[in-house]
Design a protein around this ligand. Structure first.
Ligand SMILES: Nc1nc2c(c(=O)[nH]1)N[C@@H](CNc1ccc(C(=O)N[C@@H](CCC(=O)N[C@@H](CCC(=O)N[C@@H](CCC(=O)O)C(=O)O)C(=O)O)C(=O)O)cc1)CN2
Ligand code: MET
Ligand SMILES: [Zn+2]
Length: 799
């Protein structure tokens, strides 16, 4: 095919689309189902209607080929486990037992609801949700971050005994629905190599087990699914292999080569499009290019832009289809259309056919910027959410196929919008820039070394050995959320809302004092979210009203937008912290979200290096830290749960990231007196990669998620000689289970194997916002009892 015909054939598509619906209808239907308020048929009907509406929207926008199979009731990786029959044994047994009258398989929310909810039986949805959320008797699959995004997937559990079996029902049904609407549709599956690379050894299987050894067993299952999809009318099927953008061993690259050679050799199959995104494909590019697959989808945005030169270096993809991800699926800025057209033009010479798409699924961006009413219309023109991105993709495909003349109006408007952003005062605040430029090394260093600070803090705080504390949030009750919704809707005034918050703080403080906790928190009742709350109070940040993005299951966040230079017009947390401190003689921890997490869980500026944005945020937070100290806080926690997840996917980029990330944290925290204790908190396991960085934060105390891994994080820190205080979590707050005193005691003793008593804290894994009060009360009382028991048993303990 010549370039010209490649251009003429250019089509628009997307890799995937938000699932929740314009008003999070899916969340509401699923949570209603869990509560017994919505029946299975109604839930299925809502889901089908949402799928229909999104396909229709894509088609009406001019998308030529819509994705199918990207919908999910909970998580598409879990759906893949169902598709290949990788149901953990404990769930298989529970589902079988569920048919017997003695079964206790039912969702937690039903267990906890005050009786009267009928148990559902024999419904496949329940088995599915049990894998996602667990039941009273059966633990769920583990949840972890999808690459470096804020989306969480359920980790497949595999072992040498895993028997795969194809179940293509959901994929076939969705394809059939879309084809029934008269649309060209392309099923999207998690590819077999990525699926295995994301898996972990099932419980009871040796940790050294490598799931990739199951490839030969898995490929026939994919072959069967592909056959079923072909029979159902699939012309193309997309297999997502984002795991191949990470540094991979020759063994993994060989596995990829084998997988696509074998799938490519199937006699009656759809054409195959292998997709990668989030970074450049690197050494996997020539490997995949040599396989018989008919197409590759590559990311050409951000760090992945290097795919362009890599593609040229391998001589392009002659005769193959290239789906060019030129519209960023991870960020919310309008596309520079002319730049993208130039990229697409170059790509025309490098492939048999070029189509236009998003860089990755649009799952990671909100649905529609046009429904935001509170964003300045001038600034709203700079934003593209899923709906606007779809329009950009269609425009680019038209421009590619018909020439720029066909999209002259769009290009002119785009030029004006880009110029308005570039020239805006919002993005260039001279005071912020001057302050950031004047930062010195000394600003990021505490005035005394850790050992001296520790002594000063010990004298100042007078805490017992094994001090108890919590991570910040207490239950975000329906009453609190409703009060906030009422305030927004004008049903209550500010005074009424604030009285509600004050009352909650009094209750949280009273409970902690009674329970005997040593370092208290105010409970964060005033915060809708630990990132959005601060974004709403910082100049240069935009918050959205409806910009929901799925974080996991039915939980969503509204990532704010780092749009301009960041400054803090006034203190953000001092008032509620001071109020809480006025209610007690014990120390109340000030509670802030750190600069790295503020970036990681927001949409970031793409017009300056991330490190510069981080420094601006850090300086604003530094003022808050210092103000808290001035107002009387002796303990201040700066949460950095996202420090690990934002680690670049390719190791070559990691050192630079860790340098600016740790610098931003130190800049936030280093302005306090030596006797002010700085805490930090991280709650995503796999700290092994960033132990040095944790040390470089120079925080006085770190609390970590450790309950499920039985103190592994504490042990890892100990192996590198971590010198500071550590609170490895002894309460897994992701589960409604209440840990018993013995269980917490055992974990603490295990913690003592790694960290000496003088440096060990007692706390939960993370905040308690998603938990209910009854569990929280019982669990924290047990945690305090365990701390006392272990304290008393320590050698030399005063009896
Ligand atoms: N940004 C961010 N990323 C994160 C985390 C995090 O805490 N924040 N934690 C990890 C993921 N964990 C998460 C844990 C919980 C929720 C969560 O509970 N989300 C809530 C929404 C939280 C929120 O924004 N609440 C607002 C708005 C609540 C709301 O839905 N209001 C209703 C009306 C009120 C009502 O009737 O409930 C509406 O606007 O329609 C508030 O409290 O004000 C949900 O999906 O339900 C999300 C992620 C990793 N990434
Ligand atoms: C995801 S980390 C959460 C930390 C926050 N301080 C909380 O307790 O909710
Ligand atoms: Zn946490």
């Amino acid at each position: 095919m010549t370039s010209t015909s490649a251009a003429a054939a250019a089509r628009a598509t997307v890799h995937g689309y938000p699932r929740q619906g314009p008003n999070r209808e899916l969340k509401k239907a699923i949570e209603g189902y869990w509560k017994g308020r919505v029946d299975a048929d109604a839930l299925r009907a809502t889901a089908a209607e949402l799928r229909r509406a999104r396909w229709q929207q894509l088609a009406e926008a001019g998308v030529h080929e819509v994705p199918t199979g990207d919908f999910s009731y909970y998580d598409h990786v879990l759906d893949t486990s169902v598709m290949v029959g990788a149901i953990p044994a404990r769930h298989r047994e529970a589902m079988a037992a569920d048919r017997s009258p003695s079964s206790r398989l039912l969702p937690h929310s039903q267990l906890r609801s005050s009786g009267g909810t009928p148990m559902r039986r024999g419904c496949p949805l329940d088995g599915y949700f049990a894998m996602a959320r667990g039941t009273q008797d059966v633990a769920p699959l583990e949840m972890t971050k999808w690459f470096d995004t804020n989306y969480h997937y359920l980790v497949p559990e595999l072992g040498p005994d895993t028997v795969f079996a194809a179940d293509s029902a959901q994929q076939v049904a969705e394809l059939t629905e879309a084809l029934g609407l008269g649309l060209a549709a392309r099923p999207v599956l998690v590819g077999p190599v990525t699926y295995l690379l994301l898996a972990k050894p099932a419980p009871g299987v040796a940790a050294g087990f490598d799931p990739l050894t199951l490839l030969d067993r898995l490929l026939p299952v994919y072959a069967e699914v592909l056959g079923d999809l072909r029979a159902a009318g699939a012309d193309w099927v997309q297999l997502d292999e984002p795991a191949l953008v990470q540094d991979r061993s020759p063994a993994v690259l060989n596995a990829a080569a084998r997988a696509y050679r074998d799938l490519g050799a199937l006699p009656d199959r759809p054409r195959l499009l292998v997709a990668s995104y989030f970074d450049r494909l690197g050494e996997a590019l020539p490997v995949l290019a040599k396989t018989p697959v008919e197409g590759l989808a590559l990311d050409f945005t951000g760090a992945a832009a290097g795919n362009l030169e890599d593609l040229a270096a391998v001589g392009g993809l002659p005769g193959k289809r290239l789906v060019a991800g030129v519209v960023d699926g991870r960020n919310v800025w309008i596309n520079p259309l002319e730049k993208s057209l130039a990229t697409l033009g170059t790509l025309l010479g490098l492939a048999g056919r070029v189509d236009v798409s998003s860089s990755c699924s649009l799952l990671h961006v909100p649905l529609d910027a046009a429904v935001e009413r509170d964003i300045d219309p001038q600034i709203a023109r700079w934003l593209a959410f899923a709906r606007q991105k779809t329009a950009e993709i269609v425009t680019l495909a038209r421009g590619l196929a018909q020439g720029t003349g066909a999209i002259a109006a769009e290009l002119a408007a785009n030029r004006a919008d880009l110029a308005s952003r570039a020239g805006s005062a919002l993005t260039h605040d001279p005071a912020v820039r001057a302050r950031a430029a004047a930062v010195t090394d000394a600003d990021g260093r505490r005035s005394q070394p850790y050992a001296e600070r520790a002594a000063a803090q010990r004298a100042h705080l007078g805490l017992p050995l094994l001090p108890t504390t919590t991570i910040g949030s207490f239950p975000q009750t329906a009453e609190l959320r409703t009060a906030r919704a009422d305030l927004r809707a004008g049903r209550i005034g500010t005074a009424g809302y604030e009285e509600r918050i004050a009352a909650e703080i009094r209750e949280v403080l009273a409970f902690q004092e009674k329970a005997g906790i040593d370092v208290l928190v105010h409970g964060e009742p005033e915060r809708n979210d630990m990132v959005q709350y601060f974004a709403e109070r910082l100049t240069g940040y935009l918050a959205t009203q409806h910009g929901w993005v799925q974080s996991y299951g039915t939980r969503y966040v509204r990532p704010p937008v780092l749009a301009g230079d960041i400054s803090r017009p006034e203190p953000m947390t001092v008032r509620w912290t001071t109020y809480a401190q006025s209610l007690t003689d014990r120390p109340v921890k000030g509670m802030l979200t750190g600069p790295v997490t503020m970036l990681a869980w927001s949409f970031v500026r793409d017009d300056q290096p991330l490190g510069e944005t981080a420094r601006q945020v850090a300086l604003a937070l530094r003022d808050e830290v210092n103000d808290l100290e001035t107002a009387g806080s002796s303990v201040i926690q700066v949460d950095e749960p996202a420090l690990r997840e934002t680690l670049p996917l390719r190791t070559a980029a990691r050192a630079e990231y860790l340098a600016w990330a740790t610098e931003a944290f130190r800049l936030t925290t280093a302005g306090v007196r030596p006797d002010t204790q700085i805490h930090t908190h991280m709650c995503y396991a796999e700290f092994g990669d960033i132990l040095q960085a944790i040390d470089d934060l120079d925080a006085d105390v770190i609390s970590l998620e450790a309950a499920r891994s039985r103190m592994q994080a504490a042990a890892e820190l100990a192996t590198v000689g971590y010198p500071r205080e550590v609170g490895p979590g002894v309460y897994d707050i992701h589960s409604p289970r209440v840990p018993g005193v013995d269980e917490a005691t055992a974990l603490l003793r295990k913690g003592l194997d790694a960290i000496p008593a003088e440096r060990l804290w007692v706390n939960p894994d993370c905040g308690l916002k998603t938990r209910g009060w009854p569990e929280v009360r019982a669990a924290l009382e047990n945690l305090v009892a365990a701390a006392r028991e272990v304290r008393e048993s320590l050698p030399g303990a005063a009896s």
